[in-house]
Design a protein around this ligand. Structure first.
Ligand SMILES: [Zn+2]
Length: 392
């Protein structure tokens, strides 16, 4: 049996447009998630979005409420790290031009780091990484920021981004996720990548491609999978159980509800301040997928179409997670390696109902072939040569 080193990463942040209540979406959910992991002997790897925090600190000089939030943020990050979880780097550059006005954030920076110059990127990443290291080094002098996930998954293509990450001491990036495709507000296309599962040395100008030779940094793609049977059966079950949703669904209004969070009971942490569940209205996120006659009909689209899912546990039902593990094991077996690292995603801000995650944690803790490690441990294992890292 191939051994799986599983990393439970989590992009820990406010919504992409800066909206949301930090205490509800971040502090409360992080404590709850942490507790579930600890109850099962697991450790999470939180990718803290640092630009948000730097702006809370900056604007907090004139605003006591923001200052209090920034201090609580530091406290909970330190507390989480002290309890054995990992904290690593996540950066959303839209915070680079932010204004706090009338109780809300206006983020005017570009959402995609790919549209920033090398010198801008270097300055941003250096500041964010330095801040995190200064925060955590007093707890552990050995602490280092070794891993990175880019905001909105923006990592490729860019002429300098990967080199800058390597220069700053980042051991691996985890921003590639097979199947992702957006045209707004960022442009990425990871539909045709060369490796979606195993660690590889990336082409330094285009992380979607595997390099011919060893590189100064490794790409560990975030897992994604294609779901058919389970998803379709569950959708049919859901439609039978909930006729109102079924009706909305058939007229094409309930799609997001069913695809992202169906069979969950969202509590008040999920929809807050009148925002949408994920903070991105339909007008903001778009992917321009070509629409054929068949996939214009929502019901046909779901029952026939193969659905691509990012392995983001905040967005999956437990049945989908089981399907995810089938995919992980199948691909691990095919890899011919003894140990395979696998990167999962989560978004604390999107968790409405913790029940599926409790079941997930219990399952992972019991699985004989799965060992949960942190991002830092994965980085150290890579440096020690424990895993096969692909070249072309
Ligand atoms: Zn993010």
């Amino acid at each position: 049996m191939t051994k799986i080193h599983l990393v439970l990463s989590d992009d820990w942040e406010l919504r992409g447009d800066g909206s949301g209540n930090v205490r509800a979406l971040q502090f409360k959910t992080m404590r709850q998630l942490r507790q579930i992991y600890e109850d099962h002997g697991l450790r999470g790897s939180f990718n803290a979005e640092v630009m948000q925090q730097l702006n809370h600190l900056k604007w907090g000089e004139q605003n006591l409420e923001l200052k209090a939030l920034a201090q609580e943020w530091e406290q909970i990050v330190r507390e989480t790290y002290s309890r054995g979880h990992d904290v690593q780097l996540h950066v959303h550059p839209q915070w680079s031009k932010s204004v706090y006005e009338d109780g809300r954030w206006n983020l005017e920076g570009d959402w995609s780091i790919l549209r920033y110059s090398g010198s801008e990127i270097r300055a941003i990443l250096k500041e964010c990484k330095g801040y995190l290291e200064n925060l955590l080094c007093p707890l552990n002098p050995e602490y280092q920021c070794l891993t990175f996930r880019s905001g909105s998954w923006c990592i490729a293509p860019h002429d300098e981004l990967l080199s800058i990450l390597a220069e700053l001491g980042i051991v691996f990036d985890m921003s590639i996720c097979e199947g992702l495709y957006y045209t707004k507000p960022v442009q990425i296309d990871y539909r045709e990548i060369e490796e979606g599962h195993l660690p590889y040395y990336p082409n330094m100008r285009d992380a979607r491609r595997v390099a011919n030779v060893t590189q100064p940094l490794v790409e560990v793609p975030t897992h994604s999978f294609t779901s058919t049977t389970y998803y379709n059966l569950l959708t049919i079950g859901y439609l039978l159980l909930n006729r109102v949703a079924a009706l909305r669904y058939l007229v094409g209004q309930g799609y997001a509800e069913i695809s992202d969070n169906f069979m969950r009971t969202p509590d008040d942490t999920r929809i807050i301040d009148g925002g949408t569940a994920d903070g991105y209205s339909k007008e903001v996120w778009a992917s321009d997928r070509p629409k054929t006659f068949l996939n214009r009909l929502p019901v046909v689209r779901v029952l026939i179409a193969r659905q691509r899912f990012t392995s983001d546990i905040s967005m999956l039902t437990f049945a989908q997670m089981e399907e995810m593990f089938r995919d992980i094991r199948r691909r691990a077996k095919r890899s011919d390696s003894e140990i395979v690292p696998v990167m999962l995603e989560n978004h604390t801000k999107d968790i409405g109902n913790f029940k599926p995650i409790e079941r997930f944690a219990a399952y992972v803790a019991k699985a004989p072939d799965i060992e949960v490690i942190t991002s830092t441990e994965l980085a150290n294992n890579l440096r020690a040569g424990l895993y096969k890292v692909k070249t072309r």
